[in-house]
Design a protein around this ligand. Sequence first.
Ligand SMILES: O=C(O)c1cc(=O)[nH]c(=O)n1[C@@H]1O[C@H](COP(=O)(O)O)[C@@H](O)[C@H]1O
Length: 276
Amino acid sequence: MTKQELFGQILSKKSYLCVGLDTDLQKLPKHLLDTEDPIFEFNKQIIDATKQYAVAYKPNIAFYEAFGAKGWESLQKTLAYIPKECFTIADAKRGDIGNTSGLYARAFFDPNSSGLDFDSVTVAPYMGEDSVTPFLTFPNKWVILLALTSNGGSKDFQTLSVGDKALFEEVLTKSQEWGTDEQLMYVVGATKADMLAQVRALAPEHFLLVPGVGAQGGSLEEVSKYGMNSTCGLLVNSSRAIIYASSGEDFAEKAAEEAQKVQAEMAQYLDLYLKK
Ligand SMILES: O=C(O)c1cc(=O)[nH]c(=O)n1[C@@H]1O[C@H](COP(=O)(O)O)[C@@H](O)[C@H]1O
């Protein structure tokens, strides 16, 4: 998917919501556990309930991989079920020496090889250029590079000084030598909204994947105010607050209500903060 197509969808749905499919068997409503593929059945109903409010879906690969071949099958079926206009993110946080990264890229981007055809994959920058560039050789596919993550441990490395800047700032600057803003996005946690101005100073045009609203407590308004650019430039992810809004038989209905609430807020922020 191109940046312009993504922006077009954001404008037409008045939303930059990414629904995170962190589908945990332990948390599924009991009545789904007897179905043939509970993870897929849950995802299918969540997708049906939220697709008018969401522009992207992000299956977190850990929740599928943990179940081996069966989990991988649930992932393939889920990806095939996501509406074609929606942007898809394999949240796999990969990255390794070049030839290995090339195979990771095939796993998520090459349907003839793996059966999966995601639009993007999350990648850790720690191993540097040759671990990231193999993902960038696929046309119309995106790398979403971890820059400033939402978790407490982000302070262990990401905010350390490297010369006159912080390590995450070096990630933002250096990686722009490897790919364009039509193929690279960055992860910036919603819990770090106070640092979004710093991020935007170094990456004004890039899309940012912003997890951490909802269950992790980040502010959607602050993220929108400090992070939005002229193509919106934001995909704000919420997983647990939407998909586990209810643990009963009404789970899909409640997920739709939560997604609609977030979308309504986003519509206001697009009016207020989209740079003209
Ligand atoms: O790359 C990510 O998506 C990610 C980066 C980050 O800094 N923080 C973060 O929470 N995530 C992911 O975003 C999702 C957040 O889920 P909730 O906290 O339930 O909304 C999980 O799938 C996390 O793995």
